[in-house]
Design a binder for this molecule. Sequence first.
Ligand SMILES: Nc1ncnc2c1ncn2[C@@H]1O[C@H](COP(=O)(O)OP(=O)(O)OP(=O)(O)O)[C@@H](O)[C@H]1O
Ligand SMILES: [Mg+2]
Length: 513
Amino acid sequence: MPLLEARNIVKIYPNGTRANNDISFSVEKGEIHAIVGENGAGKSTLMKMLYGLETPTSGEIFLRDQPVHIDTPHKAIDLGIGMVHQNFMLVDSFTVAENIALGREPRTGAVVDRAKAIQDTKNLAETYGLYVDPTAKIEAIPVGMRQRVEILKALYRGAEILILDEPTAVLTPKETNDLFAAIRSLVNQGKTLIFITHKLREVMEISDRVTVMRDAQKVGTVNTRETSIPELARMMVGREVFMVVDKPPVQRGKSVLKVSNLSYANEAGRTLVHRASFSVYESEILGIAGVEGNGQTELIEVLTGLRNPTEGEAYVDGQSMLGQGPRKVREQRVTHIPEDRLTNGVARDGSIADNLIIDRYYREPFAKSGLLNLSEIEQNGHDMIKQFGILATGPAQPVGGLSGGNMQKVIVAREFSSSPRLLIAAQPTRGVDIGAIEFIHQQLVNKRTEGLAILLVSADLQEVMKLADRLMVMYNGEIVAILNNGPDLTEEKLGLYMLGAARQTPEEMGVLA
Ligand SMILES: Nc1ncnc2c1ncn2[C@@H]1O[C@H](COP(=O)(O)OP(=O)(O)OP(=O)(O)O)[C@@H](O)[C@H]1O
Ligand SMILES: [Mg+2]
C-alpha cells in the first residue's frame, strides 16, 4: 500500500492553463522520491496540491488508502505532510526558534516560553543533523541555514512526509552534501521525502525512485538503480540532450572591465573583498570559481552598483562605474543576471512584456516622444517568448504566475537583449531545466564570440570550467589565481586554490600590467 497517492489529478488554473493533466503518482513510506521535468512541466503544481496550496480541478488524493481532501496547508500539516517551497516563507525579523515555533509556541500559562522554543529547536536540529543557530535572526543567516529552518519548521509540526521544491537550487555543493546527509537521516528515522530538482546527478545520488513529468503529464516512474542520466534527460525533454557547447577559439579584444585594488567591508567592518585586481576583455568569458561565501557575491554587488567599495576602482571602457547606483551602471552598458531573481530580478505583478523592458522602456523603440509604444513592447514580448522558449500564455501574463524556471528565462532574455558591453552573470542557469541550460550556455558562448565581455559566477564548477576562457579563483575575499582554461586545468588543480592550499604571485596572475 502506498503511503500517499494521487489518482488522475487534473489542474486547470483560472487563466485556463492546464498544469496537470491526468496525473497518477504514488510514494512509499520511507522512500526518497525525486520529481524531474522541464520548466513549467507542472511539478510544483502537483506538490502544491499535496500540500493544500492548490486544489485539484478533478482527481483524488489518498493517504494510506483513505481519500483525503487537502484544501489548506493547515489540513496537510494535520495529516503529516510538510513542504518547503522554491522561495522561502520565513519572517525575516524573527529569530530561528521563533520561526520554527510560529503559531505553535510552547507556553507556560498564557506566556510564550522562549527558552523552551529554543531548547525544542536545538533538540530537533540535533536529532536530524540540521544545524541552525536558534537565536539568530533570519535576515542575518545564510540561505542554507534558512532552508534548514524551513525543514525544521515542518518537522516541528509533525511532518512525516516532507516535500522539498528544488531544495538544492540555492545551495553550494557543500551545503547540498549536508542536506543529503540530513535527508538520509530523516529517512532512516522513518520519514518519507519527495523532492524536485533539475540536477540529474543529484537524482542518481540520493533518490530511490524518480518520476518524470513533461507537458503537464507524467512520463513515468522508474527505479533510480535501473535508469541513467541520459535516459532521464530523454524522458524529460523528449529528445537526446547532449549538453555540449560549441565554443570556437577566438582572439580576445580590448579590455572592457578593469578592476584595481577593489575592497569591500560590510557594516560590521569585516573585509569581504580584499584588493581585487583583474580585467575582462572583449570576446572572453572570465569565470569566477571558488567555494561560495569567499567574496564572489559581494564583488558582484559592488560592480553592479548595489554596494559601495571601501577602496579601489573599477572602469568600463575607461569610465568609472562605482558608487553611483545600479541605473548608472546599466547606462554604461553593463548588464546583470542577478543571483537572487525574486528580490533583484523581476516585478512579479508586472507582465512578461513589461518585465522584458523594465530597464529601457524610456528609450526607442519602446518609447517615442515621451509616449510608450505598446505594440512594440508587445511584439518584443512575443519575440522573446519564442526565442527563449518561455512557457507562458502570452506577453501579457504576469511574471508571478510563471513557473520558477520560466521567470529565470525572462530575466536572461532581458539581459541578453540589451546590447551590452559587459555581462555579469551570477548563477545564470539556477533553476532552469536541462534544455534551457543547453540554450543559455550556447547563448553565452555565442555572445562572447561576437565580442561581449562576460564575467560569470556559478556555484557549479563544471559549468564554469565548460564555459570560461579564463578562471579566477577567490579565497577568503582575495583573488588567489587567474588561470587559462584548457585541457590541463583540472578540478583538482583548481581545488587547491579554492581551498587556500595554493596561490599565485601577482606576476603569475598577470594583473600588474
Ligand atoms: N498561479 C498560477 N496561475 C496560472 N498559471 C500558473 C500558476 N502557477 C503555475 N502556472 C502555470 O502552470 C504550469 C506549471 O507550472 P509549475 O510551477 O507547476 O511548473 P514546474 O514544473 O514547477 O516548473 P519549474 O521547473 O520552472 O519550477 C506553467 O505553465 C505555469 O506557467
Ligand atoms: Mg517549480
